[in-house]
Design a protein around this ligand. Sequence first.
Ligand SMILES: [Zn+2]
Length: 256
Amino acid sequence: MVIDAHCHAGKGDGLTGPWNTEARIEPYLRRARRAGIDRTVLMPALGGNYRRANAALARIALAHPGRFICFAFVHPKRDAGRIGSMVEQAVGRWGFRGIKVHRLDAPATREVCETAQRLRLPVLYDVAGEPYRMEMLAPQYPEVDFIVPHLGSFADDWRAHVQVIDQLIRYPNVHTDTAGVRRFDYLVQAIDRAGPRKVLFGSDGPWLHPGLELHKIRLLGLPDREQAFVLGGNLLRLIGKAGDRRRLPTAEPIAV
Ligand SMILES: [Zn+2]
């Protein structure tokens, strides 16, 4: 089974770029099907009201039963004070399995990490070229699994890649994904030095082609067992810690 650990769906309110305007799931699904991707981690597009965006994401996932694993997007600043209840609702009501935060919104806070720790969820934290932020979070919350996507930089910053590889080695709870990483040798290095259990295949669909991103993993030429970790085993391990939390009581209902 191949799992894409990083894809977006739904609309954002930013209107300044594709990432905060719209992520259409249908073209992604067609491409993913052709590429042999079985399941996908889905998160909202950037920007806007994440309460609404998470609810919209749940509706998309419901239309494709068993196909998606959803992560709740939270804004560390704008959602401050209600992050715990937002995530609890997403987990308890819709079966969400992780948390997404983006440095472009605001740096991750204790509230985000404590929510993750309490609910035993992984945090996909896009540090947007600032991997040093993990130096505080990773040792403060050793029980929380962090996924730093794009090897630390969607913008091809090789210095960020090098720092994240070093963090993968030093911190047992830091992982990365392969989405949009263009400089191939840093992926080779990440797996060689940190091991195949620290790297997850992700596409950053629908904006990047999942088949193209998946081909990068095949080109690594890993032994089958190691490739299986990257193509889904690691993701299942990270989301598996919470068990099935669907029956978690919800704090307050949100209109869907
Ligand atoms: Zn993304």
